[in-house]
Ligand binder design. Structure first.
Ligand code: CA
Ligand code: CA
Length: 269
Protein backbone atom coordinates (compact mmCIF):
# COMPACT_ATOMS: atom_id res chain seq x y z
CA UNK A 1 0.00 0.00 0.00
CA UNK A 2 2.76 2.39 0.87
CA UNK A 3 4.49 1.65 -2.45
CA UNK A 4 1.32 2.51 -4.40
CA UNK A 5 1.03 5.91 -2.75
CA UNK A 6 4.62 6.73 -3.57
CA UNK A 7 4.05 5.70 -7.19
CA UNK A 8 1.00 7.95 -7.54
CA UNK A 9 2.93 10.87 -6.11
CA UNK A 10 5.76 10.23 -8.56
CA UNK A 11 3.34 10.16 -11.51
CA UNK A 12 1.80 13.47 -10.43
CA UNK A 13 5.19 15.11 -10.25
CA UNK A 14 6.03 13.67 -13.66
CA UNK A 15 2.82 15.04 -15.14
CA UNK A 16 3.47 18.51 -13.73
CA UNK A 17 7.02 18.48 -15.03
CA UNK A 18 5.78 17.54 -18.51
CA UNK A 19 3.41 20.53 -18.52
CA UNK A 20 6.39 22.78 -17.85
CA UNK A 21 8.48 21.62 -20.82
CA UNK A 22 6.72 24.13 -23.06
CA UNK A 23 7.41 22.90 -26.55
CA UNK A 24 5.61 24.82 -29.23
CA UNK A 25 2.44 23.33 -30.65
CA UNK A 26 0.13 23.94 -33.61
CA UNK A 27 -3.55 24.67 -33.21
CA UNK A 28 -6.73 24.93 -35.26
CA UNK A 29 -7.41 28.56 -36.10
CA UNK A 30 -10.04 28.30 -38.84
CA UNK A 31 -9.80 30.39 -42.02
CA UNK A 32 -6.86 32.76 -42.27
CA UNK A 33 -7.53 36.45 -42.15
CA UNK A 34 -4.67 37.79 -44.27
CA UNK A 35 -2.95 41.03 -43.43
CA UNK A 36 -4.39 42.65 -40.37
CA UNK A 37 -3.87 46.10 -38.99
CA UNK A 38 -4.74 47.27 -35.55
CA UNK A 39 -4.20 50.80 -34.52
CA UNK A 40 -4.74 53.18 -31.68
CA UNK A 41 -4.38 56.68 -30.43
CA UNK A 42 -2.49 58.10 -27.53
CA UNK A 43 -1.82 61.73 -26.89
CA UNK A 44 -2.43 65.21 -28.16
CA UNK A 45 1.11 66.43 -27.62
CA UNK A 46 4.31 64.46 -28.03
CA UNK A 47 6.32 63.50 -25.01
CA UNK A 48 8.64 66.11 -23.61
CA UNK A 49 10.88 63.47 -22.17
CA UNK A 50 11.51 59.78 -22.24
CA UNK A 51 8.85 57.49 -20.85
CA UNK A 52 9.15 53.75 -20.57
CA UNK A 53 6.32 51.57 -21.82
CA UNK A 54 6.56 48.36 -19.85
CA UNK A 55 3.32 46.89 -21.31
CA UNK A 56 1.84 46.57 -17.84
CA UNK A 57 -1.26 48.70 -18.48
CA UNK A 58 -2.72 46.69 -21.37
CA UNK A 59 -5.17 43.81 -20.91
CA UNK A 60 -3.63 40.34 -20.80
CA UNK A 61 -3.31 38.57 -24.15
CA UNK A 62 -4.82 41.39 -26.22
CA UNK A 63 -3.57 41.52 -29.79
CA UNK A 64 -4.69 45.14 -30.10
CA UNK A 65 -3.28 47.48 -27.49
CA UNK A 66 -3.36 51.17 -28.39
CA UNK A 67 -1.41 53.40 -28.61
CA UNK A 68 0.72 50.75 -30.27
CA UNK A 69 -0.11 49.86 -33.85
CA UNK A 70 0.51 46.32 -34.99
CA UNK A 71 0.61 44.87 -38.50
CA UNK A 72 0.42 41.17 -39.22
CA UNK A 73 1.91 41.17 -42.71
CA UNK A 74 2.40 37.40 -43.02
CA UNK A 75 -1.13 36.53 -41.90
CA UNK A 76 -0.13 33.04 -40.86
CA UNK A 77 -1.42 31.03 -37.90
CA UNK A 78 0.92 31.12 -34.93
CA UNK A 79 2.43 28.40 -32.81
CA UNK A 80 1.16 28.02 -29.28
CA UNK A 81 2.73 26.56 -26.16
CA UNK A 82 2.26 22.88 -25.41
CA UNK A 83 0.33 22.22 -22.23
CA UNK A 84 -0.49 25.92 -21.76
CA UNK A 85 -3.61 27.82 -22.79
CA UNK A 86 -4.34 31.52 -23.08
CA UNK A 87 -6.64 33.76 -25.17
CA UNK A 88 -5.77 34.33 -28.83
CA UNK A 89 -3.38 31.38 -28.91
CA UNK A 90 -2.77 30.07 -32.46
CA UNK A 91 -4.56 33.00 -34.12
CA UNK A 92 -2.88 34.90 -36.95
CA UNK A 93 -1.48 37.96 -35.24
CA UNK A 94 1.50 40.27 -34.95
CA UNK A 95 2.27 40.99 -31.30
CA UNK A 96 0.24 40.31 -28.15
CA UNK A 97 0.42 41.43 -24.52
CA UNK A 98 1.70 38.31 -22.81
CA UNK A 99 1.36 37.65 -19.08
CA UNK A 100 2.99 34.32 -18.16
CA UNK A 101 1.48 34.43 -14.69
CA UNK A 102 -2.03 34.51 -16.19
CA UNK A 103 -1.77 31.50 -18.51
CA UNK A 104 -3.34 28.14 -17.62
CA UNK A 105 -1.32 26.82 -15.89
CA UNK A 106 0.84 29.82 -15.00
CA UNK A 107 4.30 29.72 -16.60
CA UNK A 108 6.85 30.02 -13.86
CA UNK A 109 10.09 29.14 -15.65
CA UNK A 110 12.76 31.85 -15.65
CA UNK A 111 13.00 31.87 -19.45
CA UNK A 112 9.49 33.30 -19.89
CA UNK A 113 9.55 35.98 -17.19
CA UNK A 114 9.11 39.65 -18.23
CA UNK A 115 11.99 42.10 -17.97
CA UNK A 116 9.71 44.23 -15.79
CA UNK A 117 6.42 43.61 -14.01
CA UNK A 118 4.08 40.89 -15.22
CA UNK A 119 3.83 41.49 -18.95
CA UNK A 120 5.77 41.98 -22.17
CA UNK A 121 5.01 42.26 -25.89
CA UNK A 122 5.23 38.86 -27.56
CA UNK A 123 5.49 37.79 -31.19
CA UNK A 124 4.78 34.10 -31.69
CA UNK A 125 6.35 32.35 -34.67
CA UNK A 126 4.17 31.92 -37.70
CA UNK A 127 3.42 28.29 -38.49
CA UNK A 128 4.77 27.46 -41.93
CA UNK A 129 6.11 30.85 -42.98
CA UNK A 130 8.57 33.55 -42.00
CA UNK A 131 7.18 36.17 -39.62
CA UNK A 132 6.58 39.66 -40.93
CA UNK A 133 5.04 41.35 -37.91
CA UNK A 134 5.30 44.97 -36.81
CA UNK A 135 5.02 46.61 -33.41
CA UNK A 136 4.87 50.37 -34.03
CA UNK A 137 5.02 53.13 -31.45
CA UNK A 138 2.92 56.23 -31.22
CA UNK A 139 4.23 59.31 -33.03
CA UNK A 140 7.00 61.03 -31.09
CA UNK A 141 8.52 64.45 -31.74
CA UNK A 142 12.31 64.28 -31.62
CA UNK A 143 14.26 67.34 -30.51
CA UNK A 144 17.90 66.70 -29.54
CA UNK A 145 19.83 63.87 -27.89
CA UNK A 146 17.31 61.39 -29.24
CA UNK A 147 17.43 57.62 -28.94
CA UNK A 148 15.23 54.59 -28.60
CA UNK A 149 15.91 51.62 -26.38
CA UNK A 150 14.13 48.40 -25.49
CA UNK A 151 14.85 44.94 -24.10
CA UNK A 152 14.57 41.78 -26.19
CA UNK A 153 14.77 38.06 -25.57
CA UNK A 154 14.01 34.81 -27.35
CA UNK A 155 11.91 32.58 -25.12
CA UNK A 156 13.92 29.47 -26.03
CA UNK A 157 16.48 28.52 -28.68
CA UNK A 158 14.82 25.15 -29.15
CA UNK A 159 13.77 26.13 -32.68
CA UNK A 160 16.41 28.81 -33.29
CA UNK A 161 16.69 32.36 -32.01
CA UNK A 162 14.07 34.94 -32.85
CA UNK A 163 14.94 37.62 -35.39
CA UNK A 164 13.99 41.26 -35.67
CA UNK A 165 14.77 44.58 -37.29
CA UNK A 166 14.17 48.16 -36.16
CA UNK A 167 12.71 50.86 -38.38
CA UNK A 168 11.70 54.51 -38.28
CA UNK A 169 9.13 56.46 -40.27
CA UNK A 170 8.80 60.23 -40.44
CA UNK A 171 5.56 60.06 -42.44
CA UNK A 172 3.03 57.57 -41.11
CA UNK A 173 2.82 54.18 -39.42
CA UNK A 174 2.50 52.04 -42.56
CA UNK A 175 5.33 49.45 -42.65
CA UNK A 176 6.17 50.31 -46.26
CA UNK A 177 7.25 53.80 -45.14
CA UNK A 178 9.78 52.59 -42.56
CA UNK A 179 13.53 52.90 -43.01
CA UNK A 180 15.45 50.12 -41.31
CA UNK A 181 18.02 51.52 -38.86
CA UNK A 182 19.28 48.25 -37.37
CA UNK A 183 21.64 47.35 -40.20
CA UNK A 184 21.51 45.24 -43.31
CA UNK A 185 21.10 41.95 -41.51
CA UNK A 186 18.43 41.01 -39.03
CA UNK A 187 19.31 40.97 -35.34
CA UNK A 188 18.82 37.97 -33.10
CA UNK A 189 17.44 38.04 -29.58
CA UNK A 190 19.38 35.92 -27.07
CA UNK A 191 17.62 33.12 -25.20
CA UNK A 192 20.02 33.22 -22.28
CA UNK A 193 18.66 36.49 -20.87
CA UNK A 194 17.18 39.87 -21.68
CA UNK A 195 19.34 42.14 -23.86
CA UNK A 196 19.17 45.96 -23.92
CA UNK A 197 19.24 47.45 -27.42
CA UNK A 198 19.66 51.16 -28.12
CA UNK A 199 19.56 53.07 -31.40
CA UNK A 200 20.65 56.66 -32.06
CA UNK A 201 17.82 58.74 -33.55
CA UNK A 202 19.61 62.09 -33.80
CA UNK A 203 19.48 61.94 -37.58
CA UNK A 204 15.72 62.48 -37.21
CA UNK A 205 15.82 65.38 -34.75
CA UNK A 206 13.23 68.01 -35.55
CA UNK A 207 10.84 65.45 -36.98
CA UNK A 208 7.86 63.55 -35.62
CA UNK A 209 8.49 59.87 -36.08
CA UNK A 210 7.17 56.38 -35.48
CA UNK A 211 9.50 53.63 -34.27
CA UNK A 212 8.82 50.07 -35.35
CA UNK A 213 10.11 46.66 -34.31
CA UNK A 214 9.69 44.14 -37.11
CA UNK A 215 9.74 40.47 -36.14
CA UNK A 216 11.27 38.44 -38.99
CA UNK A 217 11.69 35.13 -37.15
CA UNK A 218 11.86 31.98 -39.25
CA UNK A 219 10.09 29.00 -37.75
CA UNK A 220 11.27 29.80 -34.22
CA UNK A 221 9.08 30.18 -31.12
CA UNK A 222 8.51 33.46 -29.31
CA UNK A 223 10.14 36.92 -29.50
CA UNK A 224 9.83 38.91 -26.26
CA UNK A 225 10.01 42.75 -26.06
CA UNK A 226 9.77 44.86 -22.89
CA UNK A 227 10.49 48.35 -21.51
CA UNK A 228 10.44 50.39 -24.71
CA UNK A 229 11.65 53.96 -24.31
CA UNK A 230 12.13 56.92 -26.64
CA UNK A 231 14.33 59.64 -25.15
CA UNK A 232 14.64 63.17 -26.49
CA UNK A 233 15.41 66.52 -24.91
CA UNK A 234 12.65 68.47 -23.19
CA UNK A 235 10.93 71.24 -25.07
CA UNK A 236 12.62 74.53 -24.11
CA UNK A 237 11.00 77.19 -26.29
CA UNK A 238 7.92 77.69 -24.17
CA UNK A 239 7.34 79.80 -21.12
CA UNK A 240 3.97 78.75 -19.82
CA UNK A 241 2.21 75.73 -18.41
CA UNK A 242 1.02 73.31 -21.09
CA UNK A 243 -0.55 69.89 -21.46
CA UNK A 244 2.40 67.73 -22.37
CA UNK A 245 0.65 64.40 -22.57
CA UNK A 246 -2.87 63.08 -22.77
CA UNK A 247 -3.30 59.36 -22.26
CA UNK A 248 -6.54 57.58 -23.03
CA UNK A 249 -6.30 53.91 -22.14
CA UNK A 250 -8.76 51.19 -21.38
CA UNK A 251 -11.69 51.70 -18.99
CA UNK A 252 -10.89 54.50 -16.55
CA UNK A 253 -7.21 54.67 -17.38
CA UNK A 254 -7.04 58.28 -18.56
CA UNK A 255 -4.52 60.90 -17.57
CA UNK A 256 -3.30 64.40 -18.28
CA UNK A 257 0.31 65.41 -17.82
CA UNK A 258 0.96 69.13 -17.23
CA UNK A 259 4.47 70.47 -17.81
CA UNK A 260 5.60 73.59 -16.03
CA UNK A 261 8.70 75.05 -17.73
CA UNK A 262 8.79 78.02 -15.37
CA UNK A 263 10.36 78.25 -11.94
CA UNK A 264 7.06 79.40 -10.46
CA UNK A 265 4.82 77.04 -8.54
CA UNK A 266 1.41 76.50 -10.14
CA UNK A 267 -1.81 75.85 -8.28
CA UNK A 268 -4.22 73.52 -10.03
CA UNK A 269 -7.82 73.80 -8.86
CA1 CA B 1 2.16 37.11 -38.08
CA1 CA C 1 6.89 44.60 -18.49
Amino acid sequence: MKISIILVAFLMIGSYAKSQTFNRVSGNVGPLLGMKQTTGYMHANPDTKGSVDSFETYPDFNITFPPWTTFDMDGGPTFGIEGVSFPNQFLPKAFMVFNPSATTPPMTSESIQPHSGNKFAACFASNGMVNNDWLISQQVELRTNSSVSFWVKSYLDLYGLDRYRVGISATNSLPSNFTIISGTNYLTAPATGWELKMFDLNEYNGQSVYIGIQCVSDNSFLLMVDDFEVVTSPQTNCSDLFISEYVEGWFNNKALELYNPTSVMSTII
